[in-house]
Write a protein that binds this ligand. Sequence first.
Ligand code: UD1
Length: 336
Amino acid sequence: MKNILVTGGAGYVGSHVIVSLLEQGYGAVSADNLSNAAPEVYNRLRGLTGKDFAVVDADVCDETALARIIKDYDIWAVIHCAGYKAVPESIGKPLKYYENNLNSTIALCKVMRDAGVTRMVFSSSATVYGSPQFLPITERHPTGNCANPYGTSKVMNEQILTDTVAAYPDWGVVLLRYFNPIGAHPSGQIGDSPKIPLNIMPYLLQVMTGRLPVLPVTGNDYDTPDGTGVRDYLHICDLAEGHVAALKYLETFTGVEAVNLGAGQGTSVLEIVRAMENAIGKPIPTEVRPRRPGDVAAMWADAGKAKELFGWETKRSLEDMCADAWRWASQNPDGY
Ligand code: UD1
């Protein structure tokens, strides 16, 4: 059995990745300092998969801790999900974001190099594309010019990994550029549990559970069919399975490859709200507000490369995303 180190394994993406790994016969080790996650997620994961995995309370910037994990668990590959991800906070605290998000990747690469671990899947983001120059966005679209330090930290991490692979040609690294993952595991046991809801789905769920009065629709005068922002939403379980597909690709691949993970189609804010209203059978209050600074009108992926290289494509619908997100939120209104 191949053991995979998942950094940020207690987070929204990392926890769903662990489910996919265990389902596909991999061993998993989570390294997470729980700075933005709850340990209860591990109990839920064991319950819903019926399988065990290792957990280490470690900061991913701590080289000594990482070296010990890699040795103790005979790690074959790393899925690097850990990082700070709140866009507005990154604008106010750029040094915190650069320090953590860059030092963790550098520490991981050093420890991997010293231990002879040559495979990594990195959690990147479609935010690296900045304001789209064409749609759908292929991996050849220019990167950089991000509107915030969070996005720039992803671009810089991609560069660090690209340069590292150039120096160590036996390495294989996949940079997964996520579009907009939403939803939750269909068991309702794990899901997104942010302290402050910034992204649309957590905000919507808080309105539905009565914690917030109304969903702000941030801009209805964009050049889009209904005037609201268009994004490429994909189910978190599809996203998680994309990581395992990338790992399988890395069994034989050396080099660095950036790959979009998206559904390949755009959905507007109002379309999401309508889909959620259909899923729960009641109206959701909305209110038009000004555009958020730095937001783009529309972006969606060309998802062809993931299909070509990994044989991966999304399987779950917008209805699944809404129904599963609501199951999670209604069963866990206070999160974990
Ligand atoms: C945001 C980040 C992106 C990050 C991603 C995942 C920004 C500018 N971008 O993407 O860098 O990788 O989250 O964390 O913050 N919307 C509303 N009401 C709300 C919230 C959002 O109408 O209360 C709209 C937005 O205007 C947008 C869409 O919903 O059109 C999606 O927003 P969001 O879920 O925050 O994702 P992104 O902005 O695409």
